[in-house]
Design a protein around this ligand. Structure first.
Ligand code: MG
Length: 168
């Protein structure tokens, strides 16, 4: 597997995504495109939806298309407070144009609080609709960091994702 042509002939490719945003007062908490009632929200140029950003990066990685910052710069005023579902949808469009179909995505939210489990079904529904896939193709999990590091102290919420694509 040495040439671009050989890479392009692959029928399946995987990608990984990782993201974290700081929790601050005075911001809405948006994860997976869902607003979660909480006294803090994630700080960032866009809506700072770390789960959606991790998934977006996993998809871009699988397709060999760089990362979210390359396509949606955090210096670009167009993306100030942007809905991250827009980024995810745009990336899915890029994949479709290149003949890639999403097989499945697995993602983990890393958050000490608030409790994520009650919001997982709505996140799955929202993200699946954005990506135009079945909810069953997306597995979402949430865990705490056992009180360790910035996430464990409730100062940030992170997410990890992995995605598998196949040639349509
Ligand atoms: Mg981010």
């Amino acid at each position: 597997m040495e040439t671009t042509a050989e890479m392009n002939s692959l029928s399946h490719r995987i990608g990984i995504g990782n993201d974290i945003h700081r929790l601050v007062a005075g911001r809405k908490l948006i994860l997976g495109g869902v607003e979660i009632p909480y006294d803090k929200g994630l700080l960032g140029h866009s809506d700072a939806d770390s789960l959606s950003h991790a998934i977006t990066d996993a998809l871009l990685g699988a397709a060999g298309l760089g990362d979210i910052g390359t396509h949606f710069s955090d210096k670009d005023p167009r993306w100030k407070n942007a809905d991250s579902q827009m980024f995810l949808q745009a990336v899915c469009q890029m994949l479709a144009e290149r003949g890639w179909r999403i097989v499945n995505i697995d993602a983990t939210i890393l958050a000490e609080r608030p409790k994520m489990m009650p919001h997982i079904p709505a996140m799955k529904e929202t993200l699946a609709a954005t990506m135009n896939i079945e909810a069953a193709q997306l597995n979402l999990k949430a865990k705490t960091n056992e009180g360790l590091d910035a996430i464990g102290r409730g100062e940030a919420i992170g997410a990890q994702a992995i995605a598998l694509l196949e040639k349509a």
